[in-house]
Ligand binder design. Structure first.
Ligand code: ATP
Ligand code: MG
Length: 235
């Protein structure tokens, strides 16, 4: 497995936001994490990236134990998080936002890769010298993913990439996830769009109040009553 998380606990003071979670992602696999608001999805991804520390358990990535590694070293190993809400720098230009994704790199291939991004997303290329605030929500999400790609990830973690996007951009987002995966990228996907996430991912884990209550092939998770009750129970 490329990513192997075992018995992970994350705490905010006395709140156990993630409790004993096991999750893995194989080479070129898409795995999705589902769950209602407050279930611990973002906390799980932040702990895997090293933004918050694990109170217990282990995170292995590409054959190494990274449980106590800092964020830049995890990024250099190929583990990258595209955070909830995109977190791009709206006052910086599109181009400078992309360059921030390359902060762990010192090689010469960067300019060509940025050109390839502008070819793939002409809306970004046409606005390269404009502040990112001119971009639509969908374009900002494409920028956030492009920025993450420049760190040359093996595994990309996406936290609710379709949130707040128009139906057209939701479809484009899932098309992009499929295309990146076919190019070899492994993906850990947190989504509120349960049906599209389950249709995209090979396996799924359902979190409820920090605990993984259901995990398995996406088809089995999709058919489970536990899935509907998890969302109903939270309302
Ligand atoms: N920085 C923080 N400090 C204290 N508590 C936090 C913090 N971040 C999250 N929490 C709490 O941890 C729990 C899990 O939150 P988290 O954001 O991981 O859930 P989520 O599944 O991503 O929810 P959403 O679907 O709303 O994004 C919640 O009870 C939340 O209130
Ligand atoms: Mg969240």
């Amino acid at each position: 497995m490329l990513l192997e998380v075992k018995d992970l606990d994350v705490r905010y003071d006395r709140l156990r936001a993630v409790k004993g979670v096991d999750i893995s992602v194989g080479e070129q696999e898409i795995v999705t994490v589902l769950g209602a608001n407050g279930a611990g999805k973002t906390t799980l991804l932040r702990a895997i990236q090293g933004v918050v520390r694990a109170a217990r358990g282990s995170v292995r990535f590409a054959g190494e134990d990274v449980t106590t590694a800092d964020v830049p070293s995890r990024v250099r190993k190929g583990l990258v998080l595209v955070p909830e809400g995109r977190q791009i720098f709206v006052s910086l230009t599109v181009h400078d936002n992309l360059l921030m994704g390359a902060y762990t790199r010192r090689d010469a291939g960067l300019a060509a890769e940025i050109d390839a991004i502008y070819d793939r997303f002409p809306n970004l290329g046409q606005r390269r010298d404009m502040p990112a605030s001119v971009l639509s929500g969908g374009e900002q999400q494409m920028l956030a993913i492009s920025r993450a790609l420049l760190s040359k990830p093996k595994l990309m973690m996406l936290d609710e990439p379709s949130l707040g996007l128009s139906p057209l951009y939701v479809q484009r987002m899932f098309d992009l996830i499929g295309a990146l995966n076919r190019d070899g990228l492994s993906i850990l996907l947190v989504e509120q769009n349960t049906s599209m996430a389950l249709a995209t991912a090979a396996r799924a884990t359902l979190l409820e109040l920090g605990t993984a209550v259901l995990a398995g092939p996406s088809g089995e998770v999709a058919a489970s009553e536990r899935l509907t009750s998890a969302y109903l129970g939270a309302r």
